[in-house]
Write a protein that binds this ligand. Structure first.
Ligand code: KIV
Ligand code: ZN
Length: 515
């Protein structure tokens, strides 16, 4: 059996489907380039039929990525497949991933189609996709709750129609490992032409079993795993890439395959996705959580100092943990700045963007003498926000906070270019700043989450603030970074408010009829 496990990353597609995780085209390109550097085999760059912006983002990723296959998702519908095919056209290696639901509940209630109609449509969709590229993947959505006999029939038919990869999604995270591994084994044994396709899995984490289910499938013979950085994704998320990759790498005694991932890129990649989406990583998250390699109990520390294998099964440096390393400082010049960004996979299209980022860097270096990679990533994210969010912009913020006094904030914003000023008291400086902003913007949104974390260590660290807002069922995340956490908070709030105003209408791939 093939010993290469294909890593299919869907952070930019399924990951982006998690409420509030939407990314700009420029942010998607940054993530895609870093995924390529990490040696991901396939990058699912998005669902081009969702909106013109999504189409453009997939196309740009297809233009700039050369070492990974770039994949686009399409429902089993002509318009979707055409958009996907067009978007991946510039790719050196492109793939169309088409899907239709096969579980009784999805076929009856969502699609209102009979199993025979679904089978016919699946075959048609694969043949239609093959008109655009040879590399076609098919997914029977909600396979985890579909009838095995029907799955066998549809899989045989789509392979015959030209699907090279058959992906088995546990769309609602309902399966348990033994059962899911058993399903993959049965499908691979029972489908007569199973040897003509790669079997893939795509597990959701509703019961916290996405990684376990994916690994059970790998043991049963699956040779592609669909996963996301930090386990980002719809509801409880997808299988986390870092956990899959490190489980297989660490337990080569039980897995008969391995990936080609450069594991030293895992932690920087995790930070980049967290920084861009504003989804923080829990400290006890495996591999990439802040405590994943920290030892607290004295007895453990003693053991680790004597021989690290006593309590460590992986080396922190192998997954990209290194002590914060100062990369630039106050006296670093423009070319050192450009060089370090380029090493991080960040290139500016226009010289003026580089100049403005460099000016920000100099400002930051005045306040904070040691600049780390994490600071640079946050700075570039901020720079991108400045260019995309035109509606509301922070011009000035003054806060007064004193023991025994009510905190007060005065804020000046540019609202569509027009300067507006307001001030307000609050229970703390952040509350006062938000109230002052509210009195100008009157957004009618509800604050669902406010969190602050430090980007690097030390009291001079930049604070990174994430804000989640909800309005009429729509959820957006905003983020901002600054050495002053009240300013970071105001930036995050404005970022979220800008997203509420400006986001274009998008179609969700898995909800509704694909016709
Ligand atoms: O969860 C799912 O079923 C999906 C499909 C579109 C593959 O994301
Ligand atoms: Zn999914």
């Amino acid at each position: 059996m093939n010993n290469h496990l294909i890593i299919f990353d869907t952070t930019l597609r399924d990951g982006e489907q998690s409420p509030g995780a939407s990314m700009t085209g420029e942010e998607k390109v940054r993530i895609a380039k870093m995924l390529e550097k990490m040696r991901v085999d396939i990058i699912e760059a998005g669902f081009p039929a969702a909106s013109p912006g999504d189409f453009a983002a997939v196309k740009t990723v297809a233009e700039v990525v050369t070492d990974s296959t770039v994949c686009a998702l399409a429902r089993a519908a002509k318009g979707d497949i055409e958009r996907a095919g067009e978007a991946i056209k510039p790719a050196r290696s492109g793939r169309v991933h088409t899907f239709i639901a096969t579980s009784p509940v999805h076929m009856q209630e969502k699609l209102r189609m009979s199993p025979e109609e679904v089978l016919e449509r699946a075959v048609w969709a694969v043949k239609e996709s093959r008109r655009y590229c040879d590399d076609v993947e098919f997914s029977p959505e909600d396979a985890g709750r579909s009838e095995t006999d029907f799955l066998c029939r549809i899989i045989e038919a789509v392979i015959k129609a030209g699907a090279r990869t058959v992906n088995i999604p546990d769309t609602v995270g309902y399966n348990v490992p033994q059962q899911f591994g058993g399903l993959i084994k049965q499908l691979m044994e029972r489908v007569p032409n199973a040897d003509k396709a790669v079997f893939s899995v795509h597990c959701h984490n509703d019961l916290g079993l996405a990684v376990a289910n994916s690994l059970a499938a790998v043991m049963a013979g699956a040779r592609q795993v669909e996963c996301t950085i930090n386990g980002l994704g719809e509801r409880a998320g997808n299988a986390s890439l870092e956990e899959i990759v490190m489980a297989v790498r660490t337990r080569q005694d039980v897995f008969s395959c391995d990936t080609r991932i450069d594991t030293t890129q895992i932690v920087p990649m995790s930070r980049l996705v967290s920084n861009i989406t504003g989804f923080l990583v829990q400290p006890n998250k495996a591999i990439v959580g802040a405590n994943a390699f920290a030892h607290e109990a004295g007895i453990h520390q003693d053991g680790v100092l004597k021989k690290r294998e006593t309590y460590e099964i992986m080396r922190a440096e192998d997954v990209g943990w290194s002590a914060n390393r100062m990369v630039l400082g106050k006296h670093s010049g423009r070319s050192a700045f450009r060089q370090r960004l380029s090493e991080l996979g960040i290139e500016f299209k226009a010289e003026e963007q580089l100049n403005s980022a460099f000016a920000r860097f100099k400002d930051l270096a005045d306040k904070k003498h040691e600049i780390f990679d994490e600071d640079l990533q946050a700075l570039v994210t901020e720079e991108g926000l400045e260019h995309t969010n035109e509606h509301l912009r922070l011009i000035a913020l003054r806060v007064c906070s004193q023991t025994g006094e009510t905190p007060h904030a005065a804020v000046t914003l540019a609202v569509n270019g027009e300067e507006r000023r307001a001030d307000a008291p609050g229970s703390g400086p952040v509350d006062a700043a938000y109230k002052a902003i509210d009195s100008i913007v009157q957004s009618d949104s509800q604050l669902q989450l406010y969190s602050v974390s430090n980007i690097t260590s030390g009291t001079d660290s930049q604070g990174e603030v994430t804000v989640r807002l909800e309005r009429s069922g729509r959820i957006v995340n905003g983020h901002g970074a600054d050495t002053d956490i009240v300013i970071a908070s105001a930036k995050a709030y404005l970022n979220a408010l800008n997203k509420l105003v400006s986001r274009e209408e998008r179609t969700h791939p898995q909800l509704g009829q694909p016709i």
